[in-house]
Design a protein around this ligand. Structure first.
Ligand code: SF4
Length: 470
C-alpha cells in the first residue's frame, strides 16, 4: 500500500527558566508535573494512532519545546517507543530532539541514540556570554562547546545550531565572531534568525516602543503597531499583552544595551550568507543553511505542504485538509487526557479552501531558495501558475526580485532582501480557513472520536454497543 507522508511534531513545554525574549508555550515545572504531562501526551498519541496509522508513513519527527532535554532519558525512551508502536515510522525517518547547552549528559545523549533519535538541534543563539546573559539564557559559550563535543563523542552526525542576530548590544563584529566560531565546529546545519520582539516578554517591556517599519531584514516581521500602543497606554513602565502578566521594567532591564540600528542589522544579514558560504554552507531557505544533503527534512516538509500532526500542549496540525491546534492550558490539556478526551481545541479546526492552499504553496515555497515549481503547482491545483499569479510574477521579474530557472520561480538575491514585501503579494484575498467543513473534507473530530472509541471498546473500557448508540 502506498502511504502518504506524515510529519510529527511533539511539544515538550518545559524549560529550566524562561528566557527574556521568549513567548513560546513553555515554563518551568516540577518533576511530578512533567511526568503527569507525559502521561497525558501518551494518551494523545494512542488516540491519534487510530486516524493516522493506516495509510500514512511518518517521514520525520521533531521533539521541540520548550526544552525537551529537561526530561529524563527514560521519559524520552517511553515517548519514542510509544510513537513507534502507534505510528508507522519510516526506517529512514529524520528524528530530531531540541536540547539546550548544559542540559544533556552522556547518559541522555546515548539514550537518545538508542531510541533512534538521529539529529540534535542545539539552541545556542550567541557565542558571546554578555549577549547570552541579556537574553536570559542559562548557559555560556563554553557550555555549548562541551555539549557539542559530547554529542559528537556519542555519535551524533547530524547537528543543527540555532543562532540569533540583532540582539541587544550586538555589533557586526560580535555577530560575525559568533558565525565563525560556530562554523569552525562544522555542524551540519545552522539556523540564523533575527530576534523578534514579542509581546508579553521582558524584551517587549524594554524594547517594545520600536517603530513599526515596512521593510525589515528578511525573516524579521515588523513590530506591530498595537504592540507599540500597549506601551504608550502604560506610561508607568508596565505593559499589557494578551495572556501575559504586566511586566515592569526593572533597573536591571533598563540597563540592558540598546538594539542594533537598522543599518547594522542589514550588515549582519548580509554577512551571514557570505560567512556561511565561505565555510561550505548552502543557504536553502531564507534563514537556514546546511552542508550538502543535510537540509532539515522536517522543515522542508512543512514548507512544501506535507501533512503534520502536532502532539502536546498547544501543538498545531495540518491533516487531511484541516488545520487545528491543541488546547493551550496545561491543566485543561491534562484533564482532557484524564477523561480520555482529545486535547484538540475544537474552535481552531479550519478546513482549508483551495485558495488558502495555493497561497500557502507560494508563500512558504518561495522562502526556499529553489523556489516553487510550475509543474507541481499545476499538478496540485489543476491550473497554470500564471492563471493566478501571472501579473505578480511578471511585475517582480521586471523589478529583478524574482527569476525563473527550468520552470522554478524563485526570489533573486535582491528579492530575498525584501522578501516580506514580495511574499505578501502572493496572499490571495480570501476568507482564510473557513471553520465550515466542506462536504468531502476530512471530519477531524468525528474520525478521532471514532478511533478513540474503537480503541477503548477493544480495551474493554467502553462497551462496543454503547459506542454505537452514541
Ligand atoms: S529555552 Fe527556548 S523555549 Fe525555553 S524559555 Fe528559552 S527560548 Fe523559550
Amino acid at each position: 500500500m502506498k502511504r502518504k507522508p506524515l510529519e510529527l511534531y511533539i511539544h515538550i513545554p518545559f524549560c529550566k527558566k524562561k528566557c527574556n525574549y521568549c513567548d513560546f508555550l513553555s515554563a518551568p515545572a516540577s518533576k511530578p508535573r512533567r511526568q503527569e504531562y507525559m502521561q497525558a501526551l501518551m494518551a494523545e498519541i494512542m488516540i491519534w494512532s487510530g486516524a493516522a496509522y493506516d495509510g500514512h508513513e511518518v517521514k520525520s519527527i521533531f521533539i521541540g519545546g520548550g526544552t525537551p532535554s529537561i526530561l529524563e532519558p527514560e521519559q524520552i525512551g517511553t515517548l519514542m517507543r510509544m510513537i513507534n508502536i502507534y505510528f508507522n515510522v519510516s526506517k529512514s525517518a529524520e528524528i530530531t530532539i531540541e536540547c539546550n547547552p548544559g542540559m544533556v549528559n552522556k547518559d541522555k545523549l546515548m539514550a537518545y541514540r538508542a531510541e533512534g533519535i538521529n539529529r540534535l538541534s542545539i539552541g545556542l543563539q550567541s557565542a558571546n556570554d554578555s549577549e547570552l546573559a541579556v537574553l536570559g539564557r542559562i548557559h555560556t559559550w563554553a557550555d555549548f562547546v562541551a555539549t557539542y563535543n559530547l554529542a559528537r563523542e556519542c555519535g551524533f552526525t547530524n547537528i543543527n545550531v540555532d543562532l540569533m542576530s540583532a540582539l541587544p548590544g550586538q555589533t557586526l563584529e560580535s555577530w560575525t565572531d559568533t558565525l565563525k566560531k560556530v562554523a569552525e565546529l562544522n555542524p551540519e546545519h545552522i539556523s540564523a534568525y533575527s530576534l523578534i520582539i514579542e509581546e508579553g516578554t521582558p524584551f517587549f517591556a524594554r524594547y517594545g516602543e520600536l517603530e513599526n517599519t515596512d521593510i525589515q531584514p528578511c525573516g524579521k516581521p515588523a513590530v506591530e503597531d498595537k504592540a507599540a500602543e500597549a506601551v504608550t497606554e502604560n506610561a508607568d513602565g508596565t505593559i499589557s499583552a494578551e495572556g501575559a502578566k504586566l511586566i515592569t521594567v526593572t533597573d536591571e532591564m533598563a540597563a540592558w544595551p540598546d538594539l542594533p540600528d537598522e543599518e547594522t542589522e542589514r550588515a549582519m544579514y548580509a554577512a551571514t550568507q557570505e560567512i556561511l558560504a565561505a565555510y561550505g554552507y548552502n543557504r536553502y531557505e531564507i534563514s537556514n543553511y546546511a552542508k550538502k544533503n543535510k537540509e532539515c527534512s522536517h522543515n522542508v516538509g512543512y514548507w512544501t505542504g506535507v501533512d503534520y500532526i502536532g502532539l502536546g500542549l498547544g501543538a498545531s496540525s495540518l491533516f487531511e485538509n484541516a488545520r487545528f491546534s491543541n488546547l493551550r492550558d496545561i491543566e485543561i490539556y491534562k484533564e482532557a487526557a484524564d477523561k480520555a478526551q482529545l486535547p484538540t481545541d475544537w474552535e481552531t479546526v479550519c478546513h482549508l479552501k483551495v485558495e488558502s492552499k495555493i497561497e500557502e504553496f507560494m508563500f512558504l515555497g518561495l522562502r526556499m531558495m529553489r523556489g516553487v515549481s510550475r509543474k507541481e503547482f499545476e499538478r496540485r491545483f489543476k491550473q497554470p501558475m500564471d492563471a493566478v499569479y501571472g501579473e505578480v510574477i511578471a511585475k517582480y521579474k521586471e523589478m529583478g526580485l524574482l527569476e525563473e530557472v527550468d520552470g522554478w520561480v524563485r526570489l533573486t538575491a535582491k528579492g530575498i532582501d525584501v522578501s516580506n514585501v514580495v511574499l505578501s503579494e502572493f496572499l490571495l484575498d480570501v476568507v482564510y480557513d473557513e471553520p465550515v467543513p466542506e462536504e468531502d473534507d476530512f471530519d477531524v473530530e468525528g474520525a478521532l472520536t471514532k478511533a478513540y472509541e474503537e480503541m477503548a471498546a477493544e480495551a474493554g473500557e467502553i462497551p462496543a454497543d454503547e459506542t454505537e448508540k452514541e
